[in-house]
Design a binder for this molecule. Sequence first.
Ligand code: C5P
Length: 461
Amino acid sequence: MIVTIDGPAGAGKSTAARMLAKRLAFDFLDTGAMYRAVTLAALRSNCDLADQVALSRLLESIRLDMPPGRVHLNGEDVSDAIRTPAVTAASGAIASSPIVRKKLVEWQRQIAAGRDFVCEGRDQGTIVFPDALCKFFLVADPQERARRRHRELTARGETVTFEAILAAQEERDARDAARDIAPMVPAPDAIQLDSTKLTLEEVVDRMEQEVRRRREPPMPPAPPPTPMAPESQESEDPVARIDSTWFKYWHEFLYLPYHFLFTLGFSLRTTGMLNMPKTGPALLVANHQSFLDPLIIGLVARRPLVYLARKTLFRNPLFAWMIRSLNAVPIDQESVGKEGIRTILSQLQRGRPVVVFPEGSRTDDGNMQPFKPGVHLLIKRTQAPIVPVGIAGAYDAWPIWRSYPIPAPLFMPAGPGTISVSLGKPIDSSHYAAMPREQALQELFDRIHAEQQHAEKLRRR
Ligand code: C5P
């Protein structure tokens, strides 16, 4: 997948491209650096910059490598050597050479083939990658660009006047825009952004939003609710009743006694109830401390939720009845495997909120355990908002090794046996779409952990 950023020197392309690539977990290609490296090679070998035959021979004899953020010319790191004023001045002639452009376009396509890249330059959206997913043309006021360049050069210890920079820049812009081959023009389908009044952060925010929007296919509309699904559909959608009116009333009816029970028995405290979307799908991701968790989350969400439960839990008839009343969908595996992910996604597509416990099973020491890797697939695939849920105290009230829960002493406001739960602000799932697995899982873990800590504080207050 390719994203292109073209535009004049000094508009902030390189920094924006680098930041965008990092956010999307793409690679980054600075094509200006390639023209500069060829220029350096030509200057070093005293090659006539206008002699196309000599340039062609030069191109045959050099090797360019573009490791992340660097440029290697025949194995030598020339990342700094290509930034001198002499190279900048001579690069215009090299960039106007048809033979050089042909070769560099070829190399750029080879480098990016089959990979995810943010490519920055002058002709990336027009010539090199006309089918790019997303094209940006970044501009800025000439005075502002020259000021930035002046600051950059003086910081490097070079003595050069602002006027000289502005004049050289005007000349370069004019030449870049007027050259016959690959002139610097925005592609017709490029999005123009002006970095004069926007901070770089804002520029990259806009770019990132647009790329993510284009990457994600639109969410299919939720199918209409199935009122009391007929028998034949029951096996496909074991919790079809959740959409029926009678169930909504039943849920409301049960809500009060359950709330009463938990408030009295466990001094249940809740926070962040407003973070629960009132309608539509939501993926509630929670830490798992005890068998009480599904009930607790149900109380704070105030909507009928869907859970997954492994089939073995349905063996005991009483327990089976209980978890069925909680809209548990039976699955074969221990934790969320492929089958579980399919089930969850199909429930979300039906517009329902689903609860998952990414640790896979209840904690055996009260601490959060690492998330199962499959969770990454789920948060990558879903388009539903992700609601982080933190539960505290449920492990003390019902640790995994005890076969029954012990409630807090009556009217005990805080401390042992009390439970609290915190719902965090919904996360746009596209946030995780392009992230590498480890990073996405770690970020999600940190979010849930933060909610859990928040709940823990609430419980001790
Ligand atoms: O962006 P930068 O200043 O590093 O570019 C160096 C030279 O390469 C400039 O003269 C620019 O016009 C040229 N260039 C180009 N096509 C690109 C990237 C840079 O002609 N895709």
